[in-house]
Design a protein around this ligand. Structure first.
Ligand code: PLP
Length: 279
């Protein structure tokens, strides 16, 4: 496996060591990012780093500048590989377990990559679940137990994603944002503290707007979603993925729909142009 980055060092993964007194381990006190890398280029890397800074600010974690532009090429290596870059910053290690924030921060900075397999071009299935997570899902926190349990309930139902609702209103997926084609409009829930502002979500909205596709950021009720013509989930590692089944019932015609085919084409074209411009 490729080397990992830990607090200034590049190491084989088995040589990386973190104290059990790290606040990330004890409290889940940290934030993270996942950046897709195509042909060795971190795709929309600036947008991901901006979001990392927003997450850090939201948890009041001030860190010295981290030289990501030097770290990334060393983690990715010289080959033009497709991989995912994982970055994690915790509030660091202290002598005692104390809920109060430390005055002097010595953050733990950890990063690694894994090979990215292209997302399937077939439709996948989803289930619906009550969103029982906390009320700051806009922060990309490493405390992911809610997301983990919700994703596991999807796995146990032989589904790929759990779509989450608060009192009947759609928020997002356990590790994705959600789009639906409703009455001839592409819809997605508006940004709020109840969902992560996805980088892929923003790109899909941008591509739809540029093409003049009718689209709207608005609240979506569970009953309405059950009647959607198409449902997609979006994330950096799964791109735009069509759901063809929800809770065991077909979504629309139960097949990949024309809106998804069009969006996937725009998405792939945008990616290729972006990569050409960043060669
Ligand atoms: C809870 C959640 N929502 C949304 C997303 C999608 O965000 P992005 O498109 O930036 O990967 C993710 C990505 O992992 C996620 O974990």
């Amino acid at each position: 496996m490729a080397q990992v980055y830990l607090n200034g060092d590049f190491l084989p993964p088995e040589a990386a060591r973190i104290s059990p007194w790290d606040r990330g381990f004890l409290f889940g006190d940290g934030v993270y990012e996942v950046i897709p890398v195509y042909r060795g280029r971190p795709f929309l890397g600036e947008a991901h780093l901006d979001r990392l800074h927003r997450s850090l600010a939201a948890i009041d974690l001030a860190v010295p500048a981290i030289p990501w532009q030097e770290i990334f090429p060393k983690l990715i290596g010289p080959a033009p590989r497709d991989c995912a870059l994982y970055l994690q910053i915790t509030r660091g290690t202290y002598a005692t377990r104390d809920h109060r924030l430390p005055e002097v921060v010595r953050p733990t900075v950890f990063a690694f990559t894994w090979d990215l397999t292209p997302p399937p071009k077939c439709g996948v299935s989803g289930i619906t679940r009550e969103d029982f997570r906390w009320d700051r899902c806009d922060i990309k926190s490493i405390a992911l137990l809610g997301n983990v349990l919700l994703r596991q309930s999807a796995t146990e139902a032989q589904a790929q994603e759990a779509l989450l609702f608060r009192k009947g209103w759609l928020t997002e997926g356990s590790s994705s944002n959600v789009f639906a084609v409703l009455e001839g409009k592409l819809c997605t829930p508006p940004k709020s503290r109840r969902l992560l502002s996805g980088i892929t979500r923003a790109l899909v909205l941008q591509l739809a707007e540029q093409a003049g596709l009718p689209c709207e950021e608005r609240e979506i009720h569970q009953e309405e979603l059950a009647k959607a013509e198409e449902i997609w989930i979006t994330s950096s590692t799964r791109e735009v993925l069509p759901l063809i089944q929800l809770d065991g019932k077909p979504v629309g015609a139960g097949q990949i729909g024309p809106w998804w085919r069009q969006m996937d084409q725009w998405f792939q074209q945008y990616k290729q142009k972006w990569l050409a411009a960043h060669d």
